[in-house]
Design a protein around this ligand. Structure first.
Ligand code: COA
Length: 415
């Protein structure tokens, strides 16, 4: 069976996490992704956080599946010519260099258009146009500048960054959507265009509900589903909400059996209004179903702390999985706090290809996260990441270079 993006060629100039996330997705959908790296060094993540000496790190392997790797020194005059040939052959150039790096290399938007007017140039940058547009940015800077850190954590503690890489991988996802959208528009216009996904914007997009809350706070001075209500204080900005649910159904993380020794013996419990009577039955507080102080969502809002404490008395008598089983029977929304160890060992995730075991020639077997987006007509086969420059000769031959020319360029240090 063919793949959704068969025939699309991506010149992958990305490194670290954000850009590689994007091009890995495109590769999983069937695009031919040609990753350009510097000879001898390559993507810096090949050597970062290594767990085996001299072997590509998991950081690199888990973000660069299904790609081909070519080495080109794009600052070398003859290397530039090779890059020009690639620009003419590819549909999309994806990059996440520091601002201005591509221009400094001599590949301005104007120059790229001259070489290939159909070329889509897609970039991740830390910030869009404005005071910070020239700044280099990593994950946590984006989480801080995009509103995630100020709204994450507990009221009495400092801002907190999340483990989910919403700045890097989140922006990579946004960029991938921008690229396929531009490819679609090109079918009508015949022209390429620039696609920009700024990490601050990507994080803010994922924090949309917090800008909603900022405006609610400014209008009413209070947000009754936040833990600050009724006894704490609200200031001028959206406060950190602990584990409160971001939506209209109150929720919290509660201890389960074994919490004293297991840091993940917890469950997320949602007191969804339509199943309130069932919740009361399960926890043995039947009277709350009709008591006017507890029977309605509005009446419960000032009592959430007390309510969750009572529910926790029940969850503490069950393991998180026992609690899940009982609560699911009654359609009560809840979720176990799963450790990475539990996720890695979960058979259903292996079955769907969300967790995949991959074999690598120098590393051996390792686990990775597969494609989280499943297309029924374009199934993903996860293939190992390329070794540095593994496909240089192959790609150069496709560009029309003879073996002698390839060897001369190698001697000159251009590839
Ligand atoms: N041949 C020759 N030179 C190459 C090359 C190649 N194949 N590939 C890269 N380079 C050069 C670049 O041209 C650049 O040179 P210059 O500074 O002289 O213009 C240089 O390598 C370094 O690139 P840069 O992007 O500045 O790397 P960095 O390690 O200093 O910064 C980031 C890393 C991530 C902070 C920065 O790239 C950035 O802010 N990117 C945008 C935001 C982003 O994606 N951040 C998240 C990353 S997960």
């Amino acid at each position: 069976m063919g793949k959704a993006l068969d025939g699309v060629r991506i010149l992958d100039f990305t490194h670290v996490q954000s850009g590689p996330t994007c091009t890995q997705l495109l590769a999983w959908f069937g695009a031919d992704v040609i990753k350009v790296e510097r000879a001898g060094a390559g993507d810096i993540t090949r050597e970062q956080l290594r767990d085996i000496p001299d072997v590509d790190s998991l950081y690199f392997t888990m973000l660069n599946h299904n790609k081909r790797s070519v080495t080109i020194d794009t600052k070398h005059p003859e290397g530039k010519q090779v890059l020009e040939a690639l620009i003419q052959k590819c549909d999309v150039l994806v990059e996440n260099f520091a601002p201005g790096a591509l221009d400094r290399m001599g590949f301005t938007w104007e120059r790229i258009q001259e070489l290939n007017p159909r070329m889509i140039v897609a970039s991740v940058k830390g910030f869009g146009p404005g005071p910070y547009e020239d700044c280099k940015v990593y994950e946590n800077v984006a989480q801080c500048a995009g509103g995630a850190a100020s709204t994450t954590g507990f009221d009495d503690g400092p801002p907190v960054v999340t483990g989910a890489q919403i700045g890097d991988s989140g922006t990579g996802l946004h960029l991938a959507l921008g690229i396929v959208t531009a490819l679609y528009q090109r079918t009508q216009t015949g022209r390429g265009q620039r696609v920009l996904a700024a990490m601050q914007d990507g994080v803010l997009n994922l924090c949309r509900v917090k800008l909603r809350d900022q405006q609610r706070l400014e209008r009413t001075g209070v947000m009754k589903e936040y833990p600050q209500y009724p006894n704490g204080k609200f200031g001028e900005a959206v406060p950190r909400a602990g584990n409160a649910s971001g939506g209209g159904q109150p929720g919290w993380i509660l201890k389960c059996k074994g919490w004293e020794t297991d840091p993940n013996a917890y469950i997320y419990f949602i007191t969804q209004a339509p199943v309130w009577a069932k919740i009361c039955n399960v926890i043995g507080k039947e009277e709350w179903a009709t008591d006017p102080d507890y029977a309605t969502p509005v009446a419960r809002l000032p009592r959430l702390k007390e309510i969750f404490a009572e529910i926790e008395r029940w969850t503490m008598t069950k393991t998180k999985f026992e609690a899940m089983q009982i609560l699911n029977k009654y359609d009560i929304p809840c979720g176990p706090i799963l450790s990475m160890k539990e996720i890695a060992e979960e058979p259903s995730l292996r079955k769907t290809g969300t967790i995949v075991e991959v074999d690598h020639p120098t590393r051996g077997k390792y686990l990775t996260v597969g494609n989280p987006i499943k297309l029924s007509d374009s199934p993903t086969e996860v293939k190992r990441s390329p070794l540095l420059g593994e496909h240089t000769d192959e790609v150069m031959a496709e560009l029309g270079y003879s073996p002698e020319q390839i060897s001369a360029l190698r001697t000159a240090g251009a590839i």
